[in-house]
Design a binder for this molecule. Structure first.
Ligand SMILES: [Zn+2]
Length: 438
């Protein structure tokens, strides 16, 4: 006998209508007309119900760096953040550059079971930029994209070569755009704050010259290019131009680029050190404008956990990166939706439908027949970020102590709860019949 889960009094993420949703065997089904099954009814109290969020850019650190994160803890953090699907980067130890490692990540993620993990495989062996990795075989093993993320592919000829092979798989290359020579040993944004602190800067052009190079290579090869974690006004312009030219180029940005500027580095705060770096107020405004005009195809977190010991090093020596999975939705609601830059429906689309389109994942919606991959959240609920309560091993966030709006109440993957918030715990409204299934 199958068991039925019913969400009642939920608000539809797109229309705002109050809806009930029934789930059976992992799939959304038409509302039940008769009792008799094992039914669990949850009163959503007008919280918003949406398809599970998707993050195209996550560092799970496994294999090799489980002191920073593991597939288990990273995917648990994803579920807590409302995500049902995440794509993980191959800059692990060893690098994911063979079909066997792609399969290993998939197996391990399935064992953890907190969300679907989609491996991104390296473009070049060891991400060294010297020899192409076996792209076709890794695609067959389940890779969803290719990237040397953490680094750019330095040589344009190597990138061309990679794109030619990637094109045959239909998968995009995700580009971490930074000209290594322009970056030099820069550790934060080039500008007043860097000068004040006596730190070496990274100019905006380090990012945008590579965006323009790779857009031209997309034109040359016909392959798909996805520009990762865009941060500068010039990079948004490069993506805008690529689209105007009709090139197969997409791009993402991350919450910290629409929330913070390089002033967050303050007094050498390594929790504001990431790559690309936090930029100027003009860049932050350009980021919001690029979200508003549709230049940005998708959001992503660039979740990059590090140990506290690593982040305690002097600013110039501390690693780049912050965690993002458990604050992404709230930063989106608090800093894009509440000030009126975009609607809630559009914000959710940029975390759901939009990334699914970029990586060609199956569509998910709140319609019968769709996989029950869901997030239930209260967009108004206020909470204070306390990194000690995170599910990720990383505590490296610049948002500790911030009060945000938007709380994930529950996440469901194929009909199974992967996260249930205790603070706001769903009230079980009704447990009819005997022995409601657990
Ligand atoms: Zn990157």
């Amino acid at each position: 006998m199958s068991s039925l889960i019913v969400f009642k009094n939920a608000r539809h993420w797109r229309t705002g209508e109050v809806i009930s949703l029934a789930i059976e065997d992992g799939v959304i089904v038409p509302a039940p007309k008769h009792a008799g099954e094992f039914v669990r009814v949850f009163d959503c109290k007008a919280a918003v119900l949406a398809p599970g969020l998707v993050d195209l850019h996550v560092h799970l650190r496994e294999p090799g760096q489980t002191n920073k994160e593991s597939i288990e803890t990273g995917s648990m953090a994803a579920a807590a953040g409302g995500f049902t699907d995440i794509a993980c980067m191959p800059n692990t130890e060893p690098v994911i550059d063979t079909p066997a490692w792609v399969e290993w990540v998939l197996r391990r993620a399935e064992g953890a079971g907190h969300c679907r993990v989609h491996p991104i495989a390296a473009v070049t062996m060891g991400q060294k930029g010297e020899q192409l990795a076996p792209l076709q075989a890794m695609a067959q093993a389940g890779a969803v994209a290719f990237s040397d993320d953490g680094h750019p592919v330095r040589s344009a000829a190597m990138m061309r070569h990679g794109l030619e092979y990637a094109r045959r798989t239909g998968l995009p290359i995700v580009c971490h755009e930074e000209d290594p020579d322009l970056k030099g040993d820069g550790v934060m944004n080039e500008g007043f704050t860097a000068t004040r602190l006596g730190l070496r800067g990274i100019p905006n052009a380090a990012e945008s010259v590579m965006c323009r190079r790779d857009a031209d290579l997309a034109e040359l090869t016909g392959a798909r290019v996805h520009l990762a974690h865009l941060s500068t006004a010039q990079a948004f312009d490069a993506l805008r131009d690529a689209k105007r030219r009709g090139l197969p180029v997409t791009g993402e940005t991350c919450p910290h680029y629409w929330v913070l500027t390089d002033e967050a580095v303050g007094d050498y705060d390594t929790h504001a050190k990431m790559n690309p770096p936090l930029r100027s107020e003009e860049d932050r405004a350009a980021c919001i404008a690029a979200i508003q005009d549709g230049t940005i195809d998708s959001f992503a977190t660039d979740h990059a956990p590090h140990t506290s010991e690593e982040k305690k090093r002097p600013f110039a020596e501390a690693p780049f990166g912050i965690v993002g999975l458990e604050t992404a939705l709230a930063l989106t609601i608090t800093f894009l939706v509440k000030p009126g830059h975009i609607t809630l429906a559009r914000a959710i689309e940029l975390w759901t439908d939009a990334p699914r389109r970029v990586f060609q994942f199956p569509e998910v919606d709140l319609e019968p027949g769709s996989s029950a991959d869901l997030v239930l959240f209260d967009p108004d609920a206020e909470w204070t970020v306390d990194p000690s309560t995170f599910h990720t091993k990383g505590r490296n966030t610049p948002f500790a102590g911030w009060t945000l709006n938007g709380r994930v109440l529950a996440t469901m993957l194929a009909g199974r709860f992967t996260h249930l918030d205790d603070g706001f715990g769903l009230q079980r409204a009704d447990a009819s019949s005997t022995g409601a299934a657990q």
